[in-house]
Design a protein around this ligand. Structure first.
Ligand code: GLA
Length: 396
């Protein structure tokens, strides 16, 4: 009897030891079970035009435009809200641009039923040369929690020689956990040390690519990318994304003026296929009807927010014509027919391309024209505009 109890005890201890690393693996802050949605100041306002008026107007419009009802939630201040540190080392906001202070701004955003985010950097200075968090991680996290911050983006500029990304971000993860406030943690090291391999237990999302540019196809020497370059870099990363931990292909450029309506539609569709964070990066207080139509397409947003949390992958590529498929929670698929060529083209998807038997009869719906296309077997083909998409749901 005594021996049996000993054996049972030993088995339990061994099971606990084997399970422990698994339990420690996932980031257990319980946040971002679907990809975060909201707005970030950087793409449109950069450093020079950021101030509290912009942030208040953005919060107002997020509600009045219907964006909040469509799921957009976070209002995020990017670089340049901070100027220095006080004698005790506390981070200090720019008093000229944010005369009411960050706490008052967070309260205002919260009063609209929205959440508030902020930006810092793991190094000595941010990319725009404002103070970074190195050596102040716990102090900053405490301050953010006191201000009512709900989301932190941490950048990767001005690091020390040899600074390790995984341990730097782990330090801030621990500081945030210690702050006592649930704060979504967004890692922003541009994919340079392959965060998809180590960040699942550290951040809720991680940038997988360099900075997005407001253009379709325009790789920059310093690491900036157009939409098509980012699409290519996201393919192959699909196994690393899931509820609470997402690959981040950077913020949206929809509405910033550098691309056509078709290109913006393709950009938004592909980000939804990637289960990407949908962070609008335009001036939402003055949106054109086309921009609104894209950012507020609830069916496309629904694909991004599908609770299964799968990231699409490319199932077929014939030159510039591509087929992307994303498995949905209900067993259906979202499919994008993507035409990267300079001319309109027909693209045909076969059910066997997306893991269904040829003879299966499925319901097809076009999400941008909001049309049910009836039951189809074998496959479906459509004319796709240049630099554009046809986006479908396919339900067995
Ligand atoms: C880096 C980031 C951008 C933005 C800027 C701010 O380039 O990747 O998203 O935050 O810094 O300086």
């Amino acid at each position: 009897m005594g021996r049996n109890r000993f054996v049972v005890k030993m088995c339990l201890v061994m099971m606990a030891v084997v399970m422990m690393p698994a339990l420690g693996r996932a980031l257990d802050n319980g946040l971002a079970k679907t990809p975060p949605m909201g707005w970030n100041s950087w793409n449109k306002f950069g450093c020079k035009d950021l101030n509290e008026k912009v942030v208040r107007e953005t919060a107002d419009t997020m509600v009045s435009s219907g964006m909040k009802d469509a799921g957009y939630q976070f209002v995020i201040l990017d670089d340049c809200w901070q100027t220095g540190r006080d004698a005790s080392g506390n981070i200090v906001a720019d008093a000229e641009r944010f005369p009411s202070g960050i706490k008052a701004l967070a309260d205002y955003v919260h009063s609209k039923g929205l959440k508030f985010g902020i930006y810092t950097d793991v190094g000595t200075m941010t990319c725009a040369k404002r103070p970074g968090s190195i050596g102040h991680e716990y102090q900053d996290a405490k301050q953010y929690a006191n201000w009512g911050i709900d989301y932190l983006k941490e950048d990767w500029c001005n690091t020390l020689p040899g600074q390790n990304s995984e341990s730097s971000y782990t330090l801030m993860r621990n500081a945030l956990a210690d702050s006592g406030r649930p704060i979504v943690f967004s890692i922003c090291e541009w994919g340079s040390t392959k965060p998809w391999l180590w960040a699942e237990s550290i951040g809720n999302l991680w940038r997988a690519t360099g900075d997005i540019q407001d253009c379709w196809d325009c790789k920059k020497d310093w690491g900036g990318n157009g939409v098509t370059q980012i699409i290519d870099q996201m393919n192959g990363l699909e196994t690393y994304a899931g509820p609470g931990h997402w690959n981040d292909p950077d913020m949206l450029e929809v509405g910033n003026g550098g691309m056509t309506k078709e290109e913006y539609r393709a950009h938004f569709s592909m980000w939804a296929m990637f289960s990407a964070p949908l962070l609008a990066g335009n001036d939402i207080s003055s949106m054109s009807p086309d921009t609104k139509e894209i950012l507020l397409n609830k069916e496309v947003i629904g694909i991004d927010q599908d609770p299964l949390g799968r990231q699409a992958h490319r199932v077929k590529k014939t030159g510039d014509l591509e087929i992307w498929s994303k498995q949905l929670q209900d067993g259906g698929r979202a499919v994008v027919l993507l035409n990267r060529s300079p001319a309109a083209a027909k693209i045909a998807v076969a059910w066997t391309d997306i893991g269904y038997p040829d003879a299966l009869s499925v319901s097809v719906r076009n999400l941008w024209s909001a049309n049910d296309l009836g039951k189809q077997s074998g496959g479906y083909s459509a004319d796709v505009p240049s630099h554009g998409v046809v986006m479908l749901t396919i339900k067995p």
